[in-house]
Design a protein around this ligand. Sequence first.
Ligand SMILES: [Ca+2]
Ligand SMILES: [Ca+2]
Length: 121
Amino acid sequence: YSFETSNPTTWQEAKQACLEKGGRLVVMETNEEFDFIAEILRGNEAYRRNFWTAANDLAEDGNWIWDGSDHQVENFNRWGSLEPNGGTGENCGNLLRVKNFALNDFPCSLMDDYICEYNFL
Ligand SMILES: [Ca+2]
Ligand SMILES: [Ca+2]
């Protein structure tokens, strides 16, 4: 994984940046992987912004997928309380700092830090 905090970007830009590094936006396939990432974020005061993940419902509102993976988000309930709540206005998934880095739907055009992953199967 790499935690990219020096250049907040839109979701699309974050996706492209991870591809250019030879990886992809982080796909959290298990609760263990989610907890591993969240513990890193919660344990470091340097992580002050939200982080983009590969989660999105761009293709069909309400149908959450992980970009670059066949895994479904619906089987993975790590949403923050009351999330997802943005309908068609929030189609990209980040880890929301004010909700202790739970998953949140967020406007794709806003600027966030992001997490890339590498060496996935
Ligand atoms: Ca949405
Ligand atoms: Ca939201």
